[in-house]
Design a protein around this ligand. Structure first.
Ligand code: SAH
Length: 221
């Protein structure tokens, strides 16, 4: 890292702390998730011109028509997964790698799938630069899950789908949690599904808006 880059990184720390304080005030109360958000330098996952906006609670464009999710929703979804340090997590939609980096702080291993080659390659490089060693990025259609690596303790879909992709439910371990935005292309509800001894339990966590999940169990390209 150049000295200039190191200085720039340091100068963002107070902004990042204030962002985390605002999210806590707004109701995000999971201390481990807040701590994880405070350690991930979101600006380093953004194009240079957008770095000054890194610590506002908004989604921002990352190229290829995709977005980095807003920190508040990243925190909410991460908290909903109730991660334990030994968990293996499947993430669908690597995008910038921001959500993957947050998950990596709270779980043993993160397997992330991205369908766009340019974003997958960039996210891999960014995660390497951040020294994140427990995230593997795969190129492919995440709406099929990753049968070879299943089952997963937690599954997070970070793109909106018309319905929960059936393979993801099949790949959820006993006691596992899945969080996914489900609805129309314009608006979704964030759902959490838990695999309990008595079957799948589904909860609606509220409204949200994500870019499309494009694939066999998502929307057509
Ligand atoms: N988690 C990301 C947000 C990414 S936006 C972040 O923190 O930056 C959603 C991402 O899902 C986009 O990069 C999009 O290309 C990807 N995506 C859409 N459909 C997909 C699919 N079927 N499989 C894998 N990735 C998909």
């Amino acid at each position: 890292m150049t000295i200039r880059a190191a200085l720039r990184r340091d100068t963002f720390a107070p902004q990042r702390r204030r962002m985390v304080e605002r999210l806590a005030k707004a109701g995000l109360c999971d201390a481990r998730v807040l701590a994880a958000l405070e350690t991930v330098p979101r600006h380093q996952l953004l194009p240079e011109a957008l770095q000054v906006q890194a610590y506002t609670d908004t989604a921002l464009p990352i190229g290829d028509g995709q977005t980095i999710s807003a920190p508040g929703i990243v925190g909410l979804m991460t908290a909903a997964l109730a991660l334990r340090s030994e968990d293996r997590v499947l993430e669908i939609g690597t995008g910038s790698g921001y959500q993957s980096a947050v998950l990596s702080r709270l779980a043993a291993q993160v397997i992330s799938v991205e369908r766009l080659p340019g974003l997958a390659a960039r996210a891999r490089r960014s995660l390497d630069t951040l020294g994140v060693a427990n995230v593997v990025v795969h190129l492919g259609d995440g709406s099929l899950g990753r049968p070879a690596d299943a089952p997963f303790d937690a599954i997070l879909v970070t793109a909106g789908a018309p319905a929960i992709p059936p393979p993801l439910l099949e790949q959820l371990a006993p006691g596992g949690r899945l969080v996914a935005p489900i609805g129309t292309r314009e608006e979704q509800r964030l759902f959490r599904v838990r695999r309990t001894e008595r079957g799948l339990v589904r909860e609606n966590l509220g409204r949200c808006r994500f870019v499309d999940l494009v694939g066999a169990n998502g929307w057509a390209a």
